[in-house]
Design a protein around this ligand. Structure first.
Ligand code: T4K
Length: 398
């Protein structure tokens, strides 16, 4: 049994937390402060703050080149990007979507008057399971909305085949997949359109922001119109649109991040490989394997074994929280169980249900290797001493 002296510094046994400063999932990548501030200065000097300013235009062409796509339409955030894509593609009726995702994926559909039909995911990748998609296609289905969860491509070939067979649109929520590849191709050019998020917590951030990418020029034209209230000229409104524009300060941040992309990727990949190495032999935990040559490694995702006498995922989250390690339960519960959707009937989602109870996301990104080592030690100690930890958490003696 673990002795109290092993843990004397830990909050779980009444000591001080292992980390003085919180270790977050989602700590933003900040990039080069001076380069960013210089760009902010330029925006001030020009007094051009938004509405297709020079930074936004530069960002769009740089990102189109980066993703290898014909069109990149910058937007104010990923959620509005999804909504505009849904509208521009004229999606109606039902759209097949995973429930194991951030709320925004389903909400964007519902917000646009389209019913999300939740489909289960694959146990290995946590991505939409193509084998289950087809069974959910009805006469009302207009599209499949896949999510490249944790930066892993969501079966582009198999979903494209199903979409073609049933005359459906294929759209991707690529919020996690900046600078990720599939089959030697950069994510951004799959399906009819892909939607990125540049939220502060994402691998690539512009404070708030996002982009829609597509090889379809006509669709890109509609996306641009809808992003700007449907204005085709100074006073000519030819579409119903919204305000989805990115501002110049966000674009300045994104351009600065783009300058430092190689360093950001290297830092993330180093952190992921360190976790992989440190947690390889820890019983009761499986790290989701990522290919560091094709993934931005922004998310360090583990699955905790549910077994008698083992520690639950929620107990681990609680211990880590007391030690100032703010791990996250992405995505718990599955969105189909949240208030807006839970009264509806859904296909069985056994993998989603299990993952919602077992997935643990650990702090990643440009972390100090000593911090990664400390986090791994905590996780390992907890899992190897499940009984003592359960007792301590429930107020019992060790
Ligand atoms: N699709 C998918 C698959 C997504 O994951 C998301 C967003 C979207 C669509 C929608 O894209 P956007 O419309 O957001 O562009 C966070 C983010 O708010 C959300 O953008 C993201 N997914 C989701 C996975 O994570 P929360 O509720 O976890 O955020 P929050 O505020 O708890 O932040 C997480 C941690 O990051 C905190 O512990 C503190 C730290 N943090 C956060 C911010 C904002 C910082 O250190 N600094 C910061 O500025 O949702």
């Amino acid at each position: 049994m673990i002795s109290k002296s092993d843990w004397r510094d830990l909050a779980v046994f009444g000591g001080s937390p292992a980390f003085a400063e919180p270790q977050h999932v989602g700590r933003p990548n900040l990039g080069d402060r001076e380069a960013f501030l210089r760009r902010v200065g330029d925006a001030f000097d020009r007094a051009r703050l938004t509405n297709d300013g020079p930074f936004v235009l530069e960002l769009e062409s740089s990102l189109a080149a980066e993703f290898g796509v014909r069109n990149c339409v910058a937007v104010c955030n990923g959620t509005v990007g999804l909504e505009i894509a849904i509208k521009a593609l004229d999606l109606r009726g039902e759209v097949i979507v995973p429930s194991f995702t951030f709320a925004a994926t389903a909400h964007a559909l519902e917000w646009m008057g389209v019913t999300p039909v939740f489909c289960d995911v694959e146990p290995e990748t946590h991505n939409l399971d193509p084998a289950r998609v087809e069974a959910l296609v009805t006469a009302r289905t207009t599209a499949i909305l896949g999510v490249h969860l944790w930066g892993q491509a969501c079966s582009p070939e198999r979903l494209a085949e199903i979409a073609l067979r049933h005359d459906l649109r294929l759209v991707y929520d690529a919020a996690h997949a900046f600078a990720c590849d599939h089959g030697g191709r950069r994510i951004g050019g799959f399906g009819d359109a892909e939607v990125f998020s540049f939220h502060a917590t994402k691998f690539f951030n512009s404070f708030e922001g996002g982009a829609i990418t597509t090889d379809d020029d006509e669709l890109a034209g509609r996306l641009r119109l809808m992003r700007n209230f449907g204005f085709a000229g100074l006073d000519q409104v030819i579409e119903i649109g919204t305000n989805g524009k990115m501002n110049e300060i966000s674009a300045a941040m994104a351009l600065t991040q783009l300058d430092g992309l190689g360093a950001l990727l290297a830092a993330n990949r180093r952190t992921y490989l360190q976790y992989q190495d440190r947690l390889a032999d820890v019983p009761g935990l499986r790290l989701i394997p990522l290919d560091p040559t094709a993934n931005n490694c922004q998310y360090i995702v583990a699955e905790i074994d549910v077994r008698p006498g083992g520690l639950t995922r929620d107990a681990i989250v609680e211990i880590l929280r007391r030690e100032n390690v703010l791990a996250r339960r992405y995505f718990c519960p599955g969105i189909h169980r949240s208030a807006p959707y839970r009264k509806r009937s859904h296909a069985p989602l056994p993998v989603t249900e299990r993952l919602a109870e077992t997935v643990l996301v650990l702090p990643g990104g440009a972390l100090d290797p000593t911090a990664v080592d400390g986090i791994c030690s905590l996780v390992e100690l907890a899992l190897r001493n499940a009984e003592a930890i359960e007792a301590a958490l429930s107020g019992g003696m060790v």
